[in-house]
Each structure stands twice: as structure tokens, then as C-alpha cells.
Design a protein around this ligand. Sequence first.
Ligand SMILES: O=S(=O)(CCO)c1ccc(-c2ccc(C3CCCC3)c([C@@H]3C[C@@H]3c3ccccn3)c2)cc1
Length: 238
Amino acid sequence: LTSHPLWADIRKVTKEQMHYASLGVGEGAWQLFAEEGDMKMYRREEELNGLVIDPLKACHIVKGVTGREMCHYFFSPQYRKDWETTLEQMTVVEKISDDALIFHQVHKRIWPTAQRDALFWSHMTHITDPNDHDAHDIWAVVNNSTQLPKFPTKNGKCVRVTLTVCLYCQTLITPPKDGTAVSRDDITCKITYCSVVNPGGWVPASALRAVYKREYPKFLKRFTAYVLSQTKNEPILF
Ligand SMILES: O=S(=O)(CCO)c1ccc(-c2ccc(C3CCCC3)c([C@@H]3C[C@@H]3c3ccccn3)c2)cc1
């Protein structure tokens, strides 16, 4: 229902985050901190009240899948346990619409940090890229922290993180010369993954940056490999 109290916020944050993702790493002082093949990970060192909240921007190119397929597997709850290795618990708290859900996630304790949980709305959407001549839609998923009385921040068990995440996917198609149907060899997905995670409670900067450096490349590699394996023999979802 677009009358849900969160819709105005969902639409506003989604628009902002998709614009921010579309800028790539041209804007702002991004520091390359990890590179593996076509995956490049950038961060900005930022602290808020002594807490490391380094914004992260990862750019990746994946052959053989579409942006819609990437977003489908990132958004849909039924697949998350297959690719999110740091998850201990995941609940869909509320279904706002077919493309907007509220999740509560408990993440595994990562030494030396205390256990964390997150409560966020997740929205999957697509837009026709204004300056893309072969007019293929851009698909995106935005995850943004929210609050609910049933999930108080102070719950004695976990430290509540706040996060804003955007998976932004452009599909590039090179139609075969001989006019045959487009196959997975002719499609490429250009991914920009942006995330800002506020750990919610103090973690030594060096320890948290080590967690980021280890977990983010692992997460993006594992997730993209998972989508490739899931879609390999499936009809292409444009
Ligand atoms: O893209 S998502 O929406 C996918 C749905 O799950 C998402 C991504 C990342 C997180 C996340 C939550 C907590 C923590 C920390 C903070 C202090 C101790 C744990 C981290 C740190 C950055 C490291 C990390 C990176 C990637 C995956 C897991 N861990 C990340 C949550 C959601």
C-alpha cells in the first residue's frame, strides 16, 4: 500500500541513494582499499562521535546476469541465508508491499566486537536510465535503518547498528551480430554497492577497519558467485 506511513521516507531515501550510487567514484575522495579482478572497493575514512562509520563504495562487473536478477537475489528473504555468512537470524518483520519489506537481522558476533542487530526497510525498484541509449532499466535495492516499538534499540542483547545500503545495477547488452537471440554471454551487469554502517557502539577503529577489509570483499564475491550459480541455467530475467 503506498499509504503506508514509511512510503514517503522510502521514496525519498531510495531516490537519494540511487543518485549517490550513480555518481560512481568520480566524486569525493575515495580511497581504493581492495581490488580483486573486476571488483574494486573504495572507502572514505570517517568517524562520528569517535565511531568509525567509513562509507564504502564497491564497483564490480559481472558477466552473464542482469541487474534485475542481482537485485532479486539480494532483496528476497528466502535466499539470504545462502549468501550472507555473517547472519545468525533474519526475520521479515513487516511486508509493506511486494517490493518493500522490513527486516530484523542478528549478525554473528565478530571478535572483538559485541553482537550486533539491524532493523531496516528494504525496497527494490527500477528506473529507465535517462542517458542509456539501449534503454535498459537500472535496478536497485535500498536498505535503510528504521525504528519500531516492537524492536527497541536498547534490548540488552545486541548493539543496534544503523545502516544505509544501496545495490545499484546497470545491465549492458551486446546483441549478437547474426541476429540470434541474446544469450547470457551477451549480458554484463555493472554493480555499484554503497554502504554506510554505524556500529552503534564503540569498536576500536583498527579492529573495525580490519573487519570491514575482510568482510566486504568476501560478502560481495560470495553474493555475486551465488547469483551466477542460481541463474546459470535459468531463462534471462531482464
Ligand atoms: O548489505 S546488507 O544490507 C545485506 C543484508 O544483510 C548489510 C551489509 C552489512 C551489514 C553489517 C552489519 C554489521 C556490521 C558490523 C558492525 C560492527 C560489527 C559487525 C557490518 C560490518 C562491516 C562488516 C560486514 C560487512 C559485510 C558483511 C557483514 N559484515 C556489516 C548489514 C547489512
